[in-house]
Ligand binder design. Structure first.
Ligand code: PAF
Length: 282
């Protein structure tokens, strides 16, 4: 059985034992409700390290007051079974009290990359992510930490904080895993009704169509407007944003003149879906 560690102290003891034995440790932070996308992070960790620890913690500080913290799927038993099958060596699943003991008063704010995109629509979200990821990396002290590219803005926020806070870890972004029809795998896909699930691949379709037009030399603005119209026409309730951003620093681009990402967030029923694809000048 894969051990489930509930305290910072037990995590530290485990990692210290591995380190003493000369083993390299990879860390995969998650909020549980695991799917194949998460397991691909474990697989990527196993390819680079001798031991892989996966955290399962639904982090309250990254949810806004009207968001889905209470409803977020919590499926620990099934998650642990999947992680065991995937070859993870330990699960770190602390309580909220262990992560945020009474009196905790520090927040990590990453300026710049946290602004705009999801930062506009989810105020405070990236402060919550940056704070818990800083804590998790300090608690586990792994050599490698792996994150999905599906949350591309989150990945850039984490890269920035690791650099700025001199955290000695190599951050790896792992490409998004998709269903056969293009829908990005996400724990929040569980919120979709069968009808909404049939509509959802329109998001990835709109990204792919926009990427082709940009690569053919079109200006970004009309392409993005067309993309938003296509997502709404497919049946999404609203589009928070569809933007072309520089891959490195997430600055807005008027045309495709450097490696970039097309990034989208849109609402379908009670799900808010995000996705992005790389798009590079021809
Ligand atoms: O991407 C997630 O699941 C979360 O934002 C993370 C990185 C585990 C922090 O809570």
């Amino acid at each position: 059985m894969v051990p489930i560690l509930r305290s910072v102290a037990s995590l530290r003891v485990q990692v210290a034992q591995w380190r003493k034995a000369g083993l390299r440790v990879a860390f995969v932070p998650t909020m549980g409700a695991l799917h194949e996308g998460h397991l691909s992070l474990v697989k990527a960790g196993l390819a680079e390290a001798d031991r892989v620890v996966v955290s399962i913690f639904v982090n309250p500080t990254q949810f806004g007051p009207n968001e889905d913290f209470a409803a977020y799927p919590r499926t620990e038993e099934a998650d642990v079974a999947k992680l065991e099958g995937a070859g993870a060596h330990a699960v770190y699943a602390p309580s909220v009290e262990e992560m945020y003991p009474a009196g905790a008063a520090t927040t990590v704010h990453v300026a710049g990359v946290s602004d705009g995109l999801c930062g506009t629509f989810r105020p405070g979200h990236f402060d919550g992510v940056a704070t818990v990821v800083s804590k998790l990396l300090n608690q586990a002290q792994p050599e490698i930490a792996l994150f999905g590219e599906k949350d591309f803005q989150q990945l850039q926020v984490i890269r920035r904080l690791v650099k700025d806070l001199d955290i000695p870890v190599a951050v790896r972004g792992v490409p998004t895993l998709r269903e056969a029809d293009g829908l990005a795998m996400s724990s929040r896909n569980a919120y979709l009704s069968p009808e909404e699930r049939a509509t959802a691949p329109a998001l990835h379709r709109a990204l792919s169509e926009a990427a082709a037009k940009l690569q053919a030399g079109a200006e970004a603005d009309p392409v993005l407007q067309d993309g938003i119209a296509a997502i709404l026409a497919a049946g999404f309730g609203s589009v928070d944003y569809l933007e072309l951003r520089a891959a490195e620093d997430l600055l807005p681009l008027a045309r495709l003149d450097r490696p970039a990402r097309l990034i989208v967030a849109a609402r379908l029923g009670r799900a808010r879906l995000i996705d992005n694809i790389p798009v590079n000048p021809a």
